[in-house]
Design a protein around this ligand. Structure first.
Ligand code: GLC
Length: 536
């Protein structure tokens, strides 16, 4: 059982990301809302069985980047509801034993935020320097060669005052100036606003972009055009991002956030969005003596081939590379990447469920992955994502389509004929209702794994130890805590495999192949093609 006195809640939690626009529409306008999430909390807490939700931005926003362009950090967009509904959602979540993380977007605001309207109004406005303004070069060009992640220059000339402002993402998302003490204080205050409303923490957006080289040097060109991220970032990959990403001073900001968040009781946390693939470098984001982010996201599993060696490389790296006491996390899906089931296929989706819920670290799941929702084909005229409109192969629309609850018209997501993004074409077969009725479904596999994890302290907190040797392209490890031992094995091959498990003896508690559950195991585990199994 989880020993909450020994481990902070976020280390034993399973986080479930809800893309607010796409979970449940209750107003019939084709866009998900907070009331919809409230109505579905029993599904999340009891039917599925996770214990923490992360809500993507629901703040007032002109929606240039679907809410990641915030025009008021302290309110709810009317499209999604209002503050009283938010408060009810938090209260109900807590009553069901769920923690609530909200998305905090500190690197930029919307251009329609009153701060930016003031800042851009006059060079001598007291809030001018809450954003980053620079004179043109003598020839009129932008101050540096830095690029926006979404394409084009990171600088936009503003005719009103004849200076450029910086934007790491869309030009509608001007960068906030975290070197300005008053801005920094105001942003920490917005975090306090939500903490005092009872949220349990934040997913902190794009934290590597908070501070850049103070000398503002040009980036060198990247001849290979292969970037460090786990997916191609288009034109952004044409430079080596030495000077415009992750200046070392960002760690001061994390320390300030940590100190502020840690002063709250009951304990709260920060999950920072960090795209760093070297475990030692990632470790730095936890801070010296763990005084930085509670957890920086680990996207390592996105980057490697789906093989035993690929997964093992990431896990061994995390197990050996993070600083002592730094708690890992694993994920394979989110609102920025193509759907897990489309990347890894049917077998891979099942193996992923087993691994995410048994590795040593906090799993971060993405809504819909528990029913294997596929990347949807979005006809060009229905495209929404600004990145995808600029660079179609990078579109994030396909992973943001409505949750497929049932075979009803609108998939049980909406009564609107025309939701903001089309419902996946397979919704009539692939949905929550149909999978609940099928004991062999992916959803029921997730439910069994989540239930097992809930009752197993070893799975939640135990040590990780690889089992060697194993047959080629198989992976096995033990999780141990005190006398409790759990063995996990994954056969990545399309053939049967026998995995020697030494002294370990037990019973298959959960398998991707349900017929094997309950089987006694001793000496060797006989695995079916593609099987992943948990033995207790
Ligand atoms: C993060 C978000 C992404 C957003 C970007 C700009 O990467 O996950 O969805 O577009 O930041 O805020």
């Amino acid at each position: 059982m989880s020993d909450e006195t020994r481990r902070p809640w976020w280390q034993t939690a399973v986080i479930y990301e809800i893309y607010v626009r796409s979970f449940q529409d209750t107003t019939g306008n084709g866009v998900g809302d907070l009331q919809g999430i409230l109505d579905r909390l029993e599904y999340v807490a009891d039917t599925l069985g996770v214990d923490t939700i992360w809500l993507t931005p629901f703040y007032p926003s002109p929606m240039a980047d679907f809410g990641y362009d915030v025009s008021d950090y302290r309110d709810v967009h009317p499209l999604f509801g209002d503050l009283p509904t938010f408060d009810r959602l938090v209260a109900r979540a807590h009553a069901l034993g769920l923690k609530v993380l909200v998305d905090f977007v500190p690197s930029h605001s919307s251009e329609q935020h009153p701060w930016f309207e003031e800042s851009r109004g006059a060079r001598d406005h007291p809030r001018r320097d809450w954003y980053v303004w620079r004179d043109p070069r003598p020839d009129g060009a932008a101050p540096t060669n830095w690029l926006s992640v979404f394409g084009g220059s990171a600088w936009e000339l503003d005719a009103r005052t004849g200076q450029y402002y910086r934007h790491s993402f869309l030009k509608e998302q001007p960068d906030l100036n975290w070197r300005h003490p008053a801005l920094r204080a105001a942003m920490l205050d917005t975090m306090r606003f939500w903490l005092s409303r009872g949220v349990d923490g934040f997913r902190v957006d794009a934290v590597q972009f908070l501070l850049k080289d103070p000398a503002e040097r040009d980036n060198p060109l990247n001849a290979e055009r292969a970037g460090p991220a786990h997916k191609p970032l288009g034109a952004f990959d044409s430079q080596v991002h030495l000077y415009d990403v992750a200046h070392v001073d960002i760690h001061d900001i994390f320390r300030a956030m940590r100190a502020m968040v840690d002063a709250y009781d009951p304990p709260r946390m920060t999950l920072g969005e960090v795209h760093v693939y070297d475990p030692v470098e990632l470790g730095a984001y936890y801070g010296v003596d763990l005084n930085g982010l509670h957890m920086p996201t680990n996207f390592g599993l996105f980057k490697v081939p789906w093989t035993a060696a690929g997964v093992r490389r990431v896990v061994d790296g995390i197990e050996t590379g993070l600083p002592a006491g730094a708690w890992p996390n694993y994920s394979l899906g989110n609102h920025d990447d193509p759907r897990l089931a489309t990347r890894l296929g049917e077998h891979g989706s099942r193996q992923a469920a087993v691994l995410l819920l048994t590795l040593r670290g906090t799993p971060i799941l993405y809504y819909g992955d528990e029913i294997g929702m596929r990347e949807a084909e979005i006809p060009p005229e229905q495209r929404q994502d600004p990145w995808g409109i600029a660079e179609p192969e990078l579109s994030r629309d396909g992973c943001r389509t409505p949750m497929q609850w049932s075979a009803e018209r609108g998939a049980g997501f909406t009564s609107a004929g025309d939701p903001w993004l089309p419902v996946g074409s397979d919704y009539a077969e692939r949905n929550v209702v149909s999978q609940l009725g099928d004991p062999d479904s992916l959803l029921n596999l997730y439910r069994r794994l989540l239930a097992l994890r809930r009752r197993s302290a070893a799975l939640q907190q135990g040590l990780y130890r690889p089992v060697d040797p194993v047959p080629d392209n198989c992976l096995a490890f033990q999780r141990t805590l005190g006398a409790e031992r759990v063995l996990v094995a994954v056969n990545f091959t399309p053939d049967a495999r026998s995995v020697a498990i030494g002294e370990f003896a037990g019973r298959i508690a959960v398998s991707t192949h349900r017929a094997n559950e309950g089987r006694e195991v001793r000496g060797a585990l006989e695995m079916l093609p593609h099987e992943a199994a948990v033995i207790v």
